[in-house]
Design a protein around this ligand. Structure first.
Ligand SMILES: Cc1cc2nc3c(=O)[nH]c(=O)nc-3n(C[C@H](O)[C@H](O)[C@H](O)COP(=O)(O)OP(=O)(O)OC[C@H]3O[C@@H](n4cnc5c(N)ncnc54)[C@H](O)[C@@H]3O)c2cc1C
Length: 281
């Protein structure tokens, strides 16, 4: 299929992008186009105006800012995989990206696009939860920040309001450098996850999240409490904690229970990697 007709504008500044997005036409940002274009072709979405932010070089940078690693929204998956600052300070992201699609998609898809698309099975939203990232959002004449935990609102839904652009994310260096791991199960390598778990062990704390199971990436508070108390908890205890953390999955009959068992195995593998000192994905 082909998309419905739409207008196209290439923004020269973030301010211009926000002004165009806040206008009367139903508008959408286009970044890498790897999710948006297929959705438009299938007519799942039909924006009247596409605002191309691809020329905004300032959103394509990875920088150290104080005690945080700042990654611009237009940083492509491939750059996350190869950037020396990401490798040095946030190796979880560098390894997680290897699960994201295939090289051709990674060459064009952007971190910001993945976060704003908010696919429940995507890896980066769950990584942002465990790394306790802060999302930087611009609108015409204003900026605000939202904690990752408040950003993902449901399937393909985020805290972004009309007229807003995600400009980047900041990850506290202390969190980014902690031992962390990600494991997922997918039909074929590069497919979106059927279930995935990501975990981080900080100083006296645990941060865990699941993806591909509920309608969005979710923090696993019960699992965090269990592993803080008993780091070597067995799979049955991990499964019981996940059943509390993932109520929709637990209540979804045999398919849901199968996902929980898979998630418990993935969580055990992450835990083992983290306690071996590996950062693995
Ligand atoms: C074959 C295939 C396999 C894939 N497999 C995976 C996978 O395994 N894991 C995974 O996580 N992803 C996967 N993806 C999705 C891929 O990672 C996309 O690149 C990503 O989801 C969207 O990034 P993008 O830059 O292409 O965004 P776009 O497609 O341009 O935009 C996606 C959405 O985000 C909005 N948006 C984009 N940037 C911004 C911004 N800065 N501010 C506000 N709104 C914005 C757009 O308006 C749109 O609604 C796959 C895609 C394909 C085609």
């Amino acid at each position: 299929m082909k998309p419905r007709p739409f207008d196209y504008r290439r923004a020269a500044t973030v301010e211009e992008a926000c002004r165009l997005l806040a206008g009367p036409a139903e508008a959408r940002v286009i970044a890498g186009g790897q999710s948006l274009v297929p959705m438009m072709n299938l007519r799942l979405v039909s924006p009247a105006l596409l605002v191309d932010i691809g020329g905004l070089a300032e959103l394509r940078r990875v920088t150290l800012a104080g005690d945080a690693l700042h990654i611009g929204a237009l940083v492509r998956h491939r750059q996350v995989e190869t950037d020396p600052l990401v490798a040095q300070h946030a190796s979880l992201l560098a390894s997680a990206v290897r699960h994201v699609a295939h090289q051709s998609v990674r060459n064009r898809g952007t971190l910001g696009g993945s976060l704003c698309h908010a696919d429940p099975a995507a890896e980066f939203p769950a990584c942002m939860l465990v790394l306790e990232a802060t999302m930087h959002i611009a609108s015409s004449g204003a900026e605000r920040t939202v904690a990752a935990g408040d950003f993902f609102r449901g399937m393909f839904a985020t805290a972004l309001e009309p007229g807003e652009v995600l400009t980047g994310v900041s990850i506290p260096l202390a969190a980014a450098r902690d031992p962390a791991a990600l494991h997922e199960m997918s039909r074929r390598h590069g497919d979106l996850a059927l279930a995935g778990i990501v975990g981080r062990r900080g100083l006296g704390l645990q941060r865990w999240a699941a993806f591909g199971v509920e309608d969005r990436a979710v923090r696993l508070a019960q699992l965090e409490a269990l592993l803080a108390e008993e780091p070597q908890a067995g799979e049955a205890d991990i499964l019981a904690a996940l059943a509390l953390d993932l109520p929709s999955t637990a209540g979804a009959g045999n398919a849901g229970r199968a996902k929980l068992v898979i998630a418990a195995d993935l969580a055990r593998r992450c835990r083992d990697d983290i306690y071996r000192g590996d950062v693995a994905a």
